[in-house]
Design a protein around this ligand. Structure first.
Ligand code: MG
Length: 259
């Protein structure tokens, strides 16, 4: 009988405490948030800047682009060997590599950007592999996107058209025939460096040739090296460089938008 009374008392105490906890929990209940309405996840400011797109017929640049070549002169460019003029040949709304005059580069330097550049390999096919229609466009003067006549022309895959030269092969071969115009649209994100000169954020690049993705947000490992592997070298803004590889590659309609 004594045991029964003790058990009864214990049960009463437990029930009492449970009731207290329940009461406390009820007191601490927070007010329910307002139910979501469509407008609560809509943001109205700041509005994106208005950019007038280029005209596809006249192939004009977007309204906020810096035009690097409009078909008339190479004023935006200089020799990469010094401050001298770019000596490549301007004719019929395009310019052509003048072999052995050296690379040319933009006078202006850039960080991250969207670049539009059109190029054509020579109509008369000469040479093979890397010796055929070779040029290149360098981001910040250091990282080459290969230009090569890869139409029915086999070469090492990380040296093909649209490769990050000696690093990353293109996803596909999207070449037009020799002499026809190809279009590169390149989106490039400049690297961020740590104090010790290594990448905190490496450069990344997307390359689209003739509307077809060749590089999809590819991480660039370091500088383009003909012999050896990529190097990581700290740098700031840099020019767009076009390569004189001794082949008569033509260029036209070049514009850039800083990002
Ligand atoms: Mg090249």
């Amino acid at each position: 009988m004594k045991k029964y009374c003790l058990a009864k008392k214990t049960a009463c105490v437990v029930v009492f405490f449970l009731l207290c906890i329940g009461a406390n929990a009820q007191e601490k209940e927070y007010p329910k948030p307002e139910p979501m309405r469509p407008g609560m996840s809509e943001f109205w400011t700041p509005q994106p800047a208005v950019v007038t797109p280029g005209d596809p017929i006249t192939q004009s640049a977007p309204s906020d682009a810096i035009v690097l070549f409009d078909g008339t002169n190479l004023d935006a460019w200089k020799s990469a060997r010094g401050d001298g003029e770019a000596k490549w040949t301007v004719q019929d709304g395009a310019f052509t590599v003048a072999p052995r005059t050296g690379d040319i580069e933009t006078r202006q330097h850039f960080n991250s950007f969207q670049l539009h550049i059109e190029w054509a390999s020579p109509t008369v096919v000469k040479g093979e592999s890397q010796g055929r229609g070779n040029s290149g466009v360098f981001m910040q003067g250091l990282y080459e996107v290969q230009i090569l006549d890869c139409y029915d022309n086999e070469t090492y895959i990380n040296g093909q058209t649209g490769s990050i030269y000696k690093q990353s092969p293109p996803l596909v071969n999207a070449m037009r025939k020799p002499g026809e115009w190809n279009v590169y649209d390149i989106i490039y994100n400049a690297p961020i460096f740590k104090e010790d000169g290594t990448y905190r954020v490496p450069p990344t690049i997307t390359v689209i040739q003739n509307g077809i993705v060749l590089q999809n947000h590819t991480t660039i490992l370091g500088t383009t090296e003909y012999i050896g592997f990529p190097q990581v070298k700290p740098h700031g803004a840099g020019p767009i460089v076009l390569q004189d590889h001794g082949n008569l590659v033509r260029f036209r309609n070049i514009w850039i938008r800083e990002l």
